[in-house]
Ligand binder design. Structure first.
Ligand SMILES: NC(=O)C1=CN([C@@H]2O[C@H](COP(=O)(O)OP(=O)(O)OC[C@H]3O[C@@H](n4cnc5c(N)ncnc54)[C@H](OP(=O)(O)O)[C@@H]3O)[C@@H](O)[C@H]2O)C=CC1
Ligand SMILES: CC(C)(CO)C(=O)C(=O)O
Length: 291
């Protein structure tokens, strides 16, 4: 009976919790800042309810086989206060976040050989505590390893597709191309389909080109043909569709500008690659955040 503790029951943590709960072999608990009694997941016009065990105090918890860290990247310093009680020498952490710094962000906090970095594709939004809308199936990319295989076995539902890849770096940078371009929505406070506007599309193209250049320098294999695909996919998004960074802006929360655009500027500097669009995006988003 693998025990799984999910830190951060938001759009992604709540979605994963609902799938983990569908596997009767798992024992699932949730670590949250605010208490709630049930998970309410809406998808494709149907709503399902899952009774859940929710902790709000780390001292109430015991070591788990798996910790699923699904907070925003900027919440890691506070969220890691759960780790002491939740972990023993065997515990593994699946870091389910956007960006490319899953291991770096936990350096000095948790041993790297027991971390599974997870790239997840699943548009989802959090309506309130425990109340989540999932807009599609889940695709997960994790490095090909024994720990990743064990993580994949926690999920039995066909709506969760887990891909063990020998080239996780490329998977992470491909996703970063999507997320870096998504900054445009928060910058102009317009939903994803703002990409249909030629002016927005031009800025997205530059953001992605810089991400590709830096990603390649970091060892990722990235094909320029993803640029029109990313823009077309955003342009075709349903009216009102918001990425998670834009959702943070609208909810007056901090934003993952450093994990999604700042990182391209920081790593670009390391490789001597200019990234003026991502630098500006990160600076403007940080200014918006301090409004
Ligand atoms: N939403 C999406 O469509 C997608 C998001 N992602 C990525 O997944 C990650 C999670 O994003 P998302 O689910 O949208 O984020 P949310 O903001 O919806 O969820 C974050 C959750 O973490 C909780 N939290 C914050 N700090 C703590 C803490 N100290 N202890 C316990 N819980 C805490 C928040 O609680 P509180 O309610 O108190 O704030 C909230 O429930 C991000 O890196 C994002 O970029 C990836 C793919 C798609
Ligand atoms: C690409 C997208 C929009 C959904 O998977 C995302 O990663 C996010 O909202 O953060």
């Amino acid at each position: 009976m693998p025990s799984v503790a999910i830190i951060g029951p938001g759009a992604i943590g709540g979605t994963l919790a609902s799938f983990l709960l569908k596997n009767p072999k798992n024992t699932v608990s949730i670590c949250a800042r605010t208490l709630f009694e049930k998970l309410e997941i809406s998808s494709g016009g149907e709503t399902t309810y899952h009774p859940v065990t929710v902790h709000t105090d780390p001292s109430e918890t015991e070591p788990a086989d798996w910790i699923v860290l699904a907070t925003k990247t900027y919440q890691i310093p506070q969220a890691s206060s759960w780790f002491d009680n939740l972990s023993n020498q065997e515990t593994k952490v699946a870091v389910v976040q956007n960006g490319v710094e899953h291991l770096a962000n936990l350096e000095g906090i948790f041993p790297a050989d027991r971390i599974v970095p997870v790239i997840i594709d699943c548009p989802a939004e959090r309506k309130s505590h425990g109340q989540i809308i999932r807009h599609g199936d889940v695709r997960i990319d994790i490095p090909n390893s024994a720990n990743s295989l064990a993580f994949s076995q926690l999920f039995t539902n066909p709506a969760v597709k887990v891909n063990l890849t020998d080239d996780w770096t490329s998977a992470a940078w491909n996703k970063l191309c999507i997320n870096a371009a998504g900054a445009i929505s928060a910058l102009v406070n317009r939903p994803a389909n703002i990409a249909a506007d030629r002016r927005a599309a031009e800025i997205m193209k530059s953001l992605i080109q810089e991400c590709i250049a830096v990603g390649r320098a970091e060892g990722a294999k990235l094909d320029e043909r993803i640029i029109p695909k990313i823009i077309a996919s955003a342009a075709a998004a349903p009216d009102g569709s918001m990425n998670s960074l834009h959702a943070d802006l609208v909810a007056h929360r901090p934003m993952e500008w450093d994990a999604r655009n700042g990182v391209i500027y920081r790593l670009g500097q390391k490789h001597g690659i200019p990234t003026p669009y991502n630098q500006l995006a990160a600076q403007l988003l940080s200014l918006l955040e301090s409004k």
